[in-house]
Design a protein around this ligand. Sequence first.
Ligand code: PMP
Length: 297
Amino acid sequence: MYYNENTIVFFNGEFVKATDAKANVYDQSLHYGYAVFEGIRSYNTQNGTRIFKAKEHYDRLQFSAESIGIPYPYNNDELTEISYEVLKRNNFTDAYLRPLITCPPNMQLTKGKDAQILIAAWEWGAYLGEKLLRLSTSSYRRITPACFRVEAKVSGHYINSIMASQEAKDKGFDEALLLDVEGFVAEGPGANIFFEKDGVLHTPQLGSILPGITRATVLEICEGLGIEVVERQIKPEEVRGVDSAFMCGTAAEVIGIESLDGVAFAKPWKESLGAIIQKAYKNVVLEKEYRTVAQVA
Ligand code: PMP
């Protein structure tokens, strides 16, 4: 459950009980999926409770809102402070924060006149663990820049994610892998993807994917550790021949992939570059210093 009768959220300028925060059934956002949101994690680090990359997430929230014409009368430093206050009032450390900006009643297909903000949080321990994903290539294609602002985190876009993820689960897999409309590998329903081949990582270039903040963190980690990464268009046929693969996202963190469409990757996860990056990511979010692969492991 994401809330109980004691949960506190920030809603339209006030800290209120989640059960007292009420949306209007005529909200434009509810009818048309016209809203933007973020998914942010906080960690119990050696320096106390820290929201990971708060600035990047709130900057993306603003970018998402402005991309689709939703007003953004907020200050991102203030929203970060409010987020810490939400955590404090709920007594959370390892948690997931969900800012959501919605638009008030308007049945017209016109841009939002006002914005409403919710910042909710729920306790969510880090996985950073052993679980590996069994992926299935989705029959749904990823939303395309010809139709949507794919680089914005818009609520309505997630219908595509829900369809793909549910389809994969119905077929007995853990998660979906979506191709873009041109047939190149795009991303998962809520995470980006990397492949390892001959000691080099490959990941889909920006264009038809959400520019993940975790993806950017992985690129920073690779740069620091001297791991080469190529951002390019990847054909699905190529994936069969890769050594290993992983997904990354705020919620999923860095998570290894065991197989795609029932075919296992050659390299055991523990020996993969992804496993090193998974450990490095843990150091980064927990604010622990490391410089080399040896220090990560
Ligand atoms: N792609 C999609 C479609 C997503 O929903 C997410 C999660 N926000 C990601 C990638 C990963 O983004 P991030 O690392 O910023 O969480």
